[in-house]
Ligand binder design. Structure first.
Ligand code: SF4
Length: 337
């Protein structure tokens, strides 16, 4: 067996400790980090992948950053092993990532895979049955080492072959992170992001938006999925969804996503207010209804009719809206759990 280990590195505490433990044993290591539109900490300068890159650099370990990509969205849409409290298919997700790593083991000249998983830490994917299932379904039986809880699991092939010294592995179990903090101190790990990890798929509001995409947008793209992170989302009918920006930054992003078949709404005459993008065909009444929604979220109350613009496929229509949409009707359109 090749002595090189591939460590799944999120940039969080547990995977950082797993990486350090392998380095402490003198093993050659390649770190691998997966990105997706659902990471909770992906502002461009402080995201998990940057944290993973930082950890890898600090430890002089090469790192590959892989995007989960559109294939992963099909996993989210059709999970084989259920979902958690949102739409998070944690078991399928782990199998997906580990399968991608297994496929590349030969190319990376690596012999086995290491993760920072802790038995009993996460209710869905880190209990004994799920951990065994993940190992089997990813094709990594005997090749998946979880050093933080290795003593609670059967020895893996690198342990049996003496490549990894099992006596230096740990038996951490459960949700408390006290032991990890102690180990971090011993290994000199001080700076880490997202100690518990984070994923928007566990958020009920994001789950509702994703379910709506799966139900109503059979040809969805990554761009559609990235939009679930921002704005207020409303479904007016089976064919018409509206996203309203909550601030200037979101309005700017929404202006960029307008494409053929979608339309942009905003207040006329440079009146401050949100940008709304409607996805789907519009009747005249739909336009007026979206105008009422835009007026509802305009910051300053105005007397009298408000001019709203609708732009679609290069055409611009301006019309007057008398009233903001009533709250009850707005709530009936809102995509929430
Ligand atoms: S929380 Fe999200 S990223 Fe983590 S395993 Fe579950 S689905 Fe995957």
């Amino acid at each position: 067996m090749n002595r090189k280990a591939v460590v799944l590195l999120s940039g969080g505490l547990d995977s950082t400790l797993a990486l350090k433990m392998m380095l402490e044993q003198g093993l050659e290591v390649l770190a691998v980090n997966f990105t997706s539109p659902f990471c909770t900490c992906t502002p461009s300068k402080a995201g998990c992948s940057n944290a993973a890159v930082k950890v890898a650099r600090e430890n002089a370990v090469p790192i590959e950053v892989l995007s989960k990509g559109p294939e992963y969205l099909r996993v989210v849409e059709h999970p084989r092993f259920g979902v958690g409290r949102g739409i998070n298919p944690c078991i399928d997700c782990r199998i997906f990532m580990l399968s991608k790593v297994r496929e590349r083991l030969g190319a990376w000249e690596a012999g086995f895979v290491v993760t920072g998983e802790v038995l009993g830490q996460r209710p869905m994917s880190q209990h004994m049955r799920a951990m065994k299932l993940i190992e089997k379904e990813s094709g990594l039986e005997g090749l998946l080492l979880r050093p933080l809880c290795a003593h609670l699991l059967p020895p893996t092939e690198p342990e049996r072959q003496g490549i990894v010294d099992r006596s230096k592995l740990l038996d951490i179990q459960g949700r408390s992170r006290r032991r990890q903090f102690e180990v971090a101190e011993t290994l000199g790990v001080e700076d880490y992001l997202c100690p518990a990890g984070g994923c928007l798929l566990t958020d009920p509001a994001i789950a509702a938006r994703m379910r709506d995409i799966f139900a109503h947008m059979p040809d969805y793209t990554m761009a559609d999925v990235r939009l679930v992170r921002l704005g207020r989302h409303f479904r007016l009918n089976d064919n018409l969804k509206v996203v309203v920006g909550r601030n200037h930054a979101e309005n700017t992003v929404l202006e960029r996503v307008v494409r053929s078949g979608s339309s942009r709404f905003f207040l006329d005459h440079d009146v401050p207010g949100p940008t709304a993008v409607a996805f789907g065909p519009l009747t005249g009444e739909d336009r007026r209804e979206i105008g009422r929604i835009v007026v509802r979220f305009a910051k300053k109350a105005r007397d009298g009719a408000v001019p709203v613009v609708c732009e679609q496929d290069g055409e611009r229509v301006s019309f007057l809206v008398e009233d903001a949409i009533p709250e009850e009707r707005l709530d009936s359109y809102r995509l929430h759990p």
